[in-house]
Design a protein around this ligand. Structure first.
Ligand code: CU1
Ligand code: CU1
Length: 288
């Protein structure tokens, strides 16, 4: 049966509790940290060698669509009523949004070490120790708005810079792609300072802490952010009927991205699933 992913701001108190409880149960069982290990493993930059399936690559969108589906299935094994909510950061833009309340994801990090000290994911509650990490902190860290170099969440106008793109992606199929929906949404901008972080990347930067690196899904807000990204892709697909994933065929041996990206009908590790199989989610879930 097709299930619904809801806007996090519309969740009832009980829906928030069920989501948080299911996340905590995956953590207790060690399953959550497997998802963090996978994300760290596939956090490959285009400055490195090898195949990139998750970031700086056309399959950024379908890879994370599958990653969310796997996580959502795990949540639903704990509680079949749970789905991943989305965070529309063009609307809920404040550090005092209900998203960050104690009954949901908890608040900002405190002064000094930026440790999150409120809500279920606070270290002192004993249920959210950071195990798989690229930093040293055993506690969840947030630095909402990055006060030392203030950054704002993407606006509707900034998001439109991505959604008005007509092509799914363009060569060279990496963080340097000058146009195309995927790179504009992923948000590899030009220049120095905050301008290099747009849309998706800008939200990671705004939250700060673990959200900055390969272990970004140590912060449960990762899933709500990526549900929003997935929803934006879904809406873009509806606005651009017939525009499919690019590239359709693997790059030629002479291309810089030869064997470094996946084309529409190549599998995306760690799964045996291709971008072409993930272009429609209408038989699985819908967005409210
Ligand atoms: Cu990611
Ligand atoms: Cu992300």
């Amino acid at each position: 049966m097709v299930y619904t992913r809801k806007n996090q701001s519309a969740l009832t108190r009980s829906e928030k509790k069920r989501f948080v409880d299911a996340v905590l149960e995956l953590k207790r069982k060690g399953i959550y940290d497997e998802f963090v290990r996978i994300h760290i493993k596939y956090y490959v930059s285009d400055g490195e060698r090898g195949l990139r399936v998750a970031h700086m690559t056309p399959s950024f969108l379908p890879w994370h669509r599958q990653f969310l589906l796997e996580f959502e299935r795990a949540l639903q094994e704990v509680d079949p009523s749970v789905t991943v909510p989305y965070w529309d950061w063009t609307v809920d833009r404040s550090t005092s949004s209900s998203l960050w309340a104690d009954d949901f994801l908890g608040g900002n990090g405190r002064g000094g070490d930026r440790q999150v000290t409120s809500g279920a994911f606070a270290y002192r509650e004993g249920r959210w120790r950071i195990e798989e990490t690229v930093t040293d902190d055993p506690f969840l860290v947030r630095d909402l708005g990055h006060p030392s170099g203030p950054i704002s969440l993407p606006t509707k106008a900034q998001l439109a810079e991505a959604t008005r793109e007509k092509a799914f992606d363009v060569s060279p199929w990496n963080s340097m792609s000058a146009s195309g929906f995927r790179n504009k949404l992923e948000g590899w901008g030009r220049g120095d300072g905050n301008s290099q972080y747009q849309n998706h990347n800008r939200v990671h930067r705004w939250v700060g802490g673990q959200m900055l690196g390969g272990g970004s899904n140590n912060d449960p807000v990762f899933w709500l952010h990526h549900a929003m990204i997935d929803r934006v892709w879904s809406q873009w697909q509806m606005a651009h009927p017939g525009v499919l994933y690019q590239p359709a065929k693997p790059p030629a041996a002479s291309h810089s991205q030869y064997r470094r990206i996946v084309s529409r009908d190549q599998p995306m590790p760690p799964w045996d699933i291709k971008p072409s199989q993930l272009e429609s989610h209408s038989k699985i879930y819908r967005y409210a």
